[in-house]
Design a protein around this ligand. Sequence first.
Ligand code: SF4
Length: 96
Amino acid sequence: MIHSLLARARDGVLPDSAAAPTLAAATDLPALLAVAGELRDRGFGNVVTYSKKVFLPLTHLCRDVCHYCTFAKAPKRLGNPYMPLDEVLAATRESA
Ligand code: SF4
């Protein structure tokens, strides 16, 4: 079943909602990676992209509580709740 789904994916056919769980539970990682790599290469070639942005975490404090988040920290877990200005400037200069 999984190999027929992968063959269809290789042909550009997306799994329907009934077949998607089977594909998601695939344990044949080499086969899955082979198809994923082929689709990636077909779509993007060997182009590697990256973001030219610089990340300045001015604070790790957050008033929301998204339980998946690993970025926000409780105030008691932070030595300094705000990024010091000299670190902001150094990171900005370095990124320039
Ligand atoms: S994802 Fe993290 S940083 Fe973003 S709002 Fe949720 S808790 Fe805050």
